[in-house]
Ligand binder design. Structure first.
Ligand SMILES: Cc1ncc(C[n+]2csc(CCOP(=O)(O)OP(=O)(O)O)c2C)c(N)n1
Ligand SMILES: [Mg+2]
Length: 309
């Protein structure tokens, strides 16, 4: 008797090292509010495009990755690293820097590409993604990259770590901010609700949780698995300020990040409405693209669509 697997998994990646892009990534760097709202929005739009282009090429070359959840979170990451956070490649050791924990660590390639475009890691490193001895593991490692504030991958750990960081800042009397980016499926983890309760109780105003609300998890819709709604009400009941934004609108994201810490002294939860696979037509809002690897033709189509994004 043969037992057929119902899970389509490529356990051995099909590597396409010959398709690796070169090291010629534009390092766009940070843009401050003094540049004006239009210039900031255009800078971040270009960064989002550059990051997505390289990300999909890296995943194709490595034969592994999580493209759907990367494309949903890229606009959040570029807004934070290239504009909103008070941290630069020169200040990664400064105790007063703002911190970001990417709790949904499976979106590692999006983080690495954003860090390269922001100037934190050399673009040439991107070509080593997922290769033996690379510092760019499938999930981000704090032991390998200084700008990675915490090693993540097992879901449900980034928010508790960020609560500790924000608590330390509060005890230091420091105004430094801590951001943590979570998946919405990840919000089903019980550890998050313990951390939310702690942050609310201790009024950790310097803490901001950004929830990538793409409504999909691995292999299913969040609502069909363990529905989060009414999410905003639940977060508010745990003592958080709650803001909802379009998670692909750089200007709305920048405004939301500029408004923390909230005057109320509460921590802030930003529910960022996103689409998995955004803005690629054949990936967007399709659960199949959680960790599917695109074909050469699909990469070409995506790159063409990104030209106009
Ligand atoms: C504790 C834990 N359980 C399972 C996984 C495997 N896993 C990786 S991503 C993922 C789905 C996460 O969904 P979501 O948080 O919504 O992420 P996104 O949609 O942003 O990709 C799962 C189950 C994991 N990394 N950690
Ligand atoms: Mg999700």
């Amino acid at each position: 008797m043969t037992v057929e697997s119902t899970v389509e998994e490529d356990l051995v990646p099909e590597v396409h090292a010959e398709e690796l892009p070169g090291a010629d990534l534009p390092v766009l760097g940070r843009i401050g509010a003094e540049a004006g709202a239009d210039a900031v929005a255009e800078h971040l739009r270009e960064a989002g495009r550059v990051v997505r282009r390289r990300d999909i090429q890296m995943i194709r070359a490595a034969g592994l990755g999580h493209i759907g959840g990367e494309f949903s979170v890229i606009d959040i990451l570029v807004t934070l690293y290239l504009h909103s956070m008070n941290v630069t490649p020169q200040t990664v050791d400064d105790p007063e820097r703002d911190r970001l924990v990417l709790s949904k660590g499976h979106a590692a390639a999006a983080l690495y590409t954003t860090l390269a475009v922001a100037g934190f890691i050399p673009p040439a490193e991107l070509s080593t993604f997922m290769q033996p001895e690379s510092m760019l593991n499938g999930h981000p490692a704090n032991t390998k990259i200084k700008a990675v504030e915490a090693s993540t991958g097992p879901l449900g750990h980034g928010l508790p770590i960020a609560v500790g960081m924000a608590m330390a800042a509060k005890l230091d009397g420091s105004s430094r901010r801590t951001f943590v980016v979570l998946g919405d499926g990840e919000m089903q983890e019980g550890s998050n609700w313990e951390a939310l309760m702690t942050a609310g109780n201790h009024k950790l105003a310097g803490l901001t949780a950004v929830i990538d609300r793409n409504r999909l998890q691995q292999g299913a819709r969040v609502a069909a698995t363990n529905d989060l709604e009414p999410l905003a009400d639940k977060l508010a009941a745990f003592g958080w300020e709650v803001v909802e934004v379009d998670g692909h609108d750089h200007r709305a994201l920048a405004d939301a990040f500029a408004a923390v810490p909230a005057g109320s002294g509460r921590p802030t939860a930003i529910i960022a409405r996103t689409n998995k696979g955004h803005p690629v037509s054949f990936m967007s809002d399709d659960v199949a693209w959680h960790h599917k690897v695109p074909t050469e033709q699909q990469v070409e189509t995506a790159l063409r669509e990104l030209e106009d994004a």
